[in-house]
Design a binder for this molecule. Structure first.
Ligand code: UDP
Ligand code: MG
Length: 354
């Protein structure tokens, strides 16, 4: 495969990996098999190590020394799933890009169907989960609630029961990587871009090995990123809560004045307590909602790089990219990657996984 001819890469497969030492080899075997079947040698597999603490990076870099289709990207630290995906997209050079999780919950073999749908004019083919094996009742319930709430609040229609498992064309990928927000909700951002987006229904498997890398705290943060990123309705909700609280306060004041006028002044500590508790509770909720938005605004205003790549390993050799790689334009990123690819000896042969 000649890496210098970027137009030859028909599909890039991007997978974020965080402590996935148990799944990577099987992941690579299945992706390689389907890619070779669909586009012969014209593919690349980009695996992003999101600051793993297990043997993930060791396995990835070993593997890329044996198979030049595999590009291993090491992030400087754990940036989180959505930014790891973004880093992978920034490195991807294919005409089309498949996003997939590393745990094999989404079958890579669906690439065949997705490519066929895209051949008929789709810009994005996104997986919609019919059945979800191996997920806890709690996860299913919270996911259902999350999409219901998001549906009510978001002005961008975001399809339910989807993940980031999707095939996108080059235009969509370029727009997506040019979007600068740090708090990313990629499936929503792709919906926002629009174009011809087509669902593909499938049964989601259980994790191949290992445990979920999304504990409850990360799930809550992810849900808040989605809601604050796609709706300002909660801010208006704060206004309405304020209006209701003020209305109640007016009624209580009228009642208090009436009692004072009729000389019927009883030391009503209970009512005072209830009213003050209600008002201070409402105020704190309102402040909290504003804080969620304000905090994100502060982080966006800092304008820090979205992610930092420590190294890119191809054919067992580590290359460095500029620290501001995430801020480069699509063209400059491509030039930078082409420079790296030119350093790779032309006689390099490929040993594929069988
Ligand atoms: N992941 C990541 N960084 C993180 C957490 C997760 O790159 O900080 C990756 C993880 O390795 C997997 C994908 O994101 O490939 C989805 O994570 P997981 O399967 O654990 O989430 P779940 O399917 O349980 O929601
Ligand atoms: Mg998973």
């Amino acid at each position: 495969m000649n890496f210098n001819k970027c137009d030859k890469i028909k599909v890039s497969v991007v997978a974020p990996c965080y402590n996935e030492e148990l799944t990577i080899l099987e992941l690579l075997r299945r992706i390689t098999e389907v890619c070779r079947d669909v586009v012969c040698e014209n593919y690349e597999i980009i695996l992003v190590d999101d600051g793993s603490t297990d043997a993930t990076w060791q396995i990835l870099s070993d593997f890329s020394s044996r198979d030049s289709h595999v590009v291993s990207v090491k992030l400087h630290r754990n940036h989180g799933h959505q930014l790891a995906v973004t880093a992978g997209l920034a490195v991807a050079r294919g005409e089309r890009v498949l996003l997939i999780d590393a745990d094999l919950q989404d079958p890579p073999e669906l690439l065949r169907d997705m490519m066929a749908v895209m051949d008929h004019g789709a810009d994005v083919v996104y997986g919609v989960r019919k059945e979800r094996k191996g997920e806890s009742k709690f996860k299913l319930l919270t996911a259902w609630m999350f999409y219901k709430i998001l549906d009510m609040l978001s002005s961008t229609p975001i399809p339910r029961d989807t993940g980031d498992f999707r095939l996108m064309n080059r235009n969509i990928v370029d727009v997506l990587t040019a979007m600068p927000e740090h708090h990313r909700f990629i499936r929503g951002m792709v919906s926002w871009i629009g174009g011809n987006q087509v669902p593909l229904y499938y049964d989601r498997d259980a994790r191949f090995a290992g445990v979920t890398k999304y504990p409850l705290s990360k799930m809550i943060r992810f849900a808040l990123d989605a809601i604050t990123g796609f709706s300002t309705v909660p801010l208006r909700l704060a206004t309405w809560l304020g209006v209701i609280a003020a209305g109640v306060a007016v009624l209580v004041s009228i009642y208090a004045v009436y009692r004072w006028l009729t000389n019927d002044i009883v030391p009503g500590w209970a009512s005072t307590l209830i009213v003050s508790a209600f008002l201070s509770g409402t105020q704190l909720v309102v402040l909290g909602i504003i804080g969620e938005y304000l905090g994100r605004l502060v982080e966006e205003a800092k304008g820090r790089p979205l992610f930092m790549i420590g190294a890119i390993t191809i054919k067992g050799v580590s290359y460095s990219v500029p620290m501001n790689f995430s801020e480069l334009s699509a063209n400059d990123r491509l030039k930078c990657l082409q420079n790296i690819m030119q350093e790779i000896p032309a006689e390099m042969n490929n040993d594929y996984v069988s």
